[in-house]
Design a protein around this ligand. Structure first.
Ligand code: SF4
Ligand code: SF4
Length: 295
């Protein structure tokens, strides 16, 4: 396990500087002048791509089900409010970084959206909260930023044990971001305490071996046509895919259809890209969901 590198210099600067005038651009974003994660994304509950946030889940079967759209993900209103709060904190933290004179870019000028990197035919992706091409403070190399918020109990755990020990999923997300960006070998990982507004910052270095293991896993889950990973039984009662995992019939989607070409996301009949995965009248349930491999 690598050493935790706490980025106290950044914490000190951020805690010292906070100019509210720099928040004006945040309110412009929140008022809809720029696209942030908005309501339209909420209505689309099937996952199109395998993201850095998903690949770190301890249950490989769950990642497989999510990518292959066997069921819709569902979130309660409370969860949506939590996500929204996370977005607001993220924007405030970016404003805080700007106020400190740190050159962090949070939107790709070419798309006016978050910076986004991908591989495997755009099916394995990472969206990062920010990038700095020149680095920041004493770190003079390009970096990507991940910004999270947590309750006080978890925050104190991050401070005392570091990100990886407390949340392997976050560590994975940081590694995938660096791996897919291909330019950053450092991720500045910032956590804001929702109770006290304290900031914890850590430098996570690129771990090529780990990142490439995740690449391999992503490729297997996206393209391997005939193997559903074993059950991991990790928080199964909260899993959106439990019904299918226990032998239920998956939703009718191109990705659960026997005519779906897993390698390149096309239909074997039309030879066309399956796009968002809406099925047609020729849908037929893929045999893997009937062969007793589930178990
Ligand atoms: S129900 Fe449990 S074992 Fe099945 S996919 Fe979900 S987390 Fe994994
Ligand atoms: S047959 Fe229809 S449902 Fe099946 S993969 Fe082709 S387009 Fe999708």
């Amino acid at each position: 396990m690598e050493k935790v590198i706490r980025y106290k210099e950044l914490e000190r600067v951020m805690n010292k500087t906070y100019e509210t005038k720099n928040l004006s651009w945040l309110y412009r974003i929140l008022n809809g002048e720029k696209e942030v994660s908005d309501l339209s994304e909420r209505e689309f509950w099937y996952t199109q791509r395998l993201s850095g946030g998903m690949i770190g889940n301890p249950c490989e079967r769950k990642i497989f089900y999510q990518y292959h759209q066997v069921a819709k993900a569902s979130f309660s209103g409370r969860m949506y409010r939590l996500f929204d709060m996370g977005h607001v904190i993220e924007q405030m933290t970016l404003a805080n970084l700007h106020a400190c004179g740190i050159d962090v870019k949070s939107y790709d000028p070419k798309t006016s959206k978050q910076f986004r990197y991908s591989m495997y035919n755009d099916k394995y992706i990472s969206k990062v909260d920010g990038i700095s091409e020149t680095g920041l403070l004493s770190v003079n190399v390009p970096v990507v930023f991940e910004i999270k918020s947590s309750n006080n109990k978890k925050f104190l755990e991050y401070v005392s044990k570091g990100i990886r020990k407390v949340n392997e999923g976050y560590y994975t997300q940081a590694q995938v971001a660096m791996d897919l960006s291909r330019f950053a070998k450092i991720c500045v990982f910032i956590v804001v305490d929702k109770n006290t507004s304290a900031v914890y910052a850590e430098i996570i270095k690129y771990n090529k071996e780990f990142a490439h293991q995740k690449r391999k896993l992503a490729k297997k889950l996206i393209t391997n046509p005939k193997i559903i990973p074993h059950k991991t039984r990790h928080f199964c009662n909260y899993c959106d895919f439990k019904k299918v995992c226990d032998g239920g019939i998956p939703d009718q989607r191109c990705r659960t259809c026997g005519k779906y070409e897993w390698k390149d996301n096309t239909c074997k009949i039309t030879k066309e890209d399956c796009g968002f995965g809406d099925p047609c009248e020729n849908y037929v349930l893929d045999g893997i969901y009937r062969t007793g491999l589930l178990g």
